[in-house]
Design a protein around this ligand. Structure first.
Ligand code: BTN
Length: 246
């Protein structure tokens, strides 16, 4: 799958770089940066991390599965990242819906990674950021963590990156073979098994300003999080909504 892999010392954002060049790039292009000066996060947030403190990369995919199913790609990437990181780094990881990689630091659940998918040039750019050796005094926000702070057995970035790319290739291959069907490919079940949000009480902020509270009970066929808001009412929330664990 991985047709080319470039490593740059420094750039603004690997997602922005691949998105700008997407029309001329083939599926499987990988761009890794040692440092990003204007890393992007979901919901117009920033992703900032000191040089070489983590793994920052983006891939360009051109799925043959129907575009309505592409919403599963960031979730599928989360499954791939979490399983590779757990195995190689030897830390327990969880996925906070939709795609935060969570680890345990002391007795707290902290975000050690995130995924940002953006449509570009007829394909989809998927960016992955993982805090690997980031120290407590370097955390961008108090709720952040890193594999090192979660007592990882391995914090060498190269083997971790290789394992993540191998795992992503496997999961993507399975999903493509199933025509993008998250249930048939096992992506939905693997995501649900790794998701720390399911079964918890959450509050969702919808773009219109409305807030919903309820228990996260399921993922629907599009990968949305289904909340039971009381009186038997179930409401799906999408990736554009902000979800807080309570
Ligand atoms: C999030 O948690 O909101 C998503 C963070 C995604 C960060 C990665 S780092 C590599 C790639 N390039 C970017 O500018 N962002 C993603």
């Amino acid at each position: 799958l991985w047709t080319s892999l470039d490593v740059v010392q420094e750039t603004g954002s690997t997602n922005a770089d691949l998105a700008a060049r997407a029309p001329e790039l083939s599926e499987g292009t990988v761009l890794v940066a040692e440092e990003q000066l204007s890393g992007r996060g979901r919901l117009d947030r920033r992703w900032s991390a000191p040089a070489r403190s983590g793994i920052f990369f983006s891939v360009l995919l051109r799925p043959t599965a129907p575009v309505e199913k592409w919403g599963w790609l960031p979730l599928l990437t989360g499954v791939a990242v979490a399983s590779a990181v757990s195995r190689i780094a030897g830390v327990d990881t969880g996925l906070k819906w939709p795609n935060d990689l969570m680890v345990t630091v002391g007795d707290e659940e902290r975000k050690a990674g995130g995924i940002l998918a953006e449509l570009a040039g007829g394909g989809i750019v998927i960016g992955v950021g993982i805090n690997v050796t980031l120290r407590a005094d370097e955390l961008p926000v108090p709720t952040a963590g890193s594999l090192g702070l979660a007592q990882a057995a391995v914090t060498d970035r190269d083997p971790l990156l290789r394992a993540v790319l191998r795992s992503l290739e496997e999961w993507y291959g399975r999903w493509q073979e199933a025509g993008g069907d998250a249930a048939a490919s096992g992506v939905q079940a693997a995501y649900a098994a790794g998701c720390v949000t399911l079964g918890r009480a959450v509050r969702a902020e919808l773009p219109g300003g409305e807030a919903l509270t309820g228990e996260a009970v399921a993922l629907d066929a599009e990968g949305r999080l289904v909340l039971a808001t009381g009186d038997g009412v179930q409401r799906p929330v999408g990736a554009g909504d902000i979800v807080h664990l309570r």
